[in-house]
Write a protein that binds this ligand. Sequence first.
Ligand code: NIG
Ligand code: FE
Length: 421
Amino acid sequence: MSSLALLHASQLLTLAGPKRPRVGKELSELGIIRDGGMLIRDGKIDMVGPSDQIEKSLTALGHQVPEGGKNVEIVDLGGRVALPGFVDAHTHLVFGGNRLDDFERRTRGETYEQIAKAGGGIWSTVEKTRVANEEELFEFTKKRLDWFLECGTTTIEAKSGYGLTVEDELKILRVVRRLNDETPLEIVSTFLGAHAIRRETSTDKYVELVINEMLPRVVKERLAEFCDVFCERGYFDLEQSRKILMAAKKLGLKLRGHVDQLTNSGGAKLMADVGAMTADHLEKTDGGGIAALKSAKVQPVLLPGSVYALGSTSYPRAREMIGAGLAVVLATDFNPGSSPTPSMPMVLSLACTQMKMSPAEAISAATTNAAYSLNRGDKIGSLEAGKLANVAVFDCEDYRELAYWFGIPQTHSVYLRGRRT
Ligand code: NIG
Ligand code: FE
């Protein structure tokens, strides 16, 4: 049995609390232990508490403190902040190429929709993703995973959606599966076949393909836990989105959805109707949509990185959502078009400065609430006995510094299942 003790965090943010997603005031309760420490055994957390208590237990077990002993390593965190690794609950992780041309067009004032019409947008990434084979996509994405780790993220949700043929969608999901199997990060897979359509195909025909061919293959090959759709003007309308989501639900997938991002199309209500786990984006969602999410207990996943990178000011109404009792989640939306950032600390900064969330609320939304939104709240998202030892340590003394300083990396070290990466 191998053990690791992490000692002397200035603040150990345990996020200990109710075994369900946090709402209201609970979002501000980080369960902070000053001069905190933890004992990890075989990748899981065994004990969390003040460092002197952990040290006493170690001494009682016959270990020398601070040197350690047989089968126990002791690490002094040197007065830094430690918290559960970030859980990034919304990314488009696997894609080919980049969207530098779109980026430059936006600097000239063109909108996301105008750029898509002019041959950029999602479709241009689809072309670059299709020409890459599985091996190439795997190698390319594996390098990107280091970016996430460098930002303190230990779990990533990853969507398909840049293939849009049966074989290309399956190829992306196989890459996701390999990344999960062959790297230390946990990667949760979501099928997003309904991300865009080719202009020359009718959307209804494409919806049939998603329902009759893609979904059954994805489920048969156990390639995804969730199904997502892009419900938006010019993409999939409410009825098409509902059809896909209901078909996915019947096959046993859980549901997420890109809704009300560019227009308030009633997407939040749709996600409530179909019993989704999450409704993502919500930049244009109004009070009615918020009430629907509340009554169906759907978690909103807010993606301020995409609002920022698109040069918009239309941030989702986070304060109203928190006031209504929604269990908000924050994520990066990492993708080459609307949100080219893997950085959860950057997202925390945007959540605080642009959406007026407090630093504590933002951290709860990026850890424990995100874990529940991926159906993993019992294993990750907080530092409590029995959970996986996924820990991010930052070079600061006060957790608020995570959202306060921006544009500089503060990550000191990251542990995945008790192993330093
Ligand atoms: O979440 N809105 C749809 N999907 C992505 C953007 C994908 C892209 O532009 O490549 C999003 O913003
Ligand atoms: Fe997205």
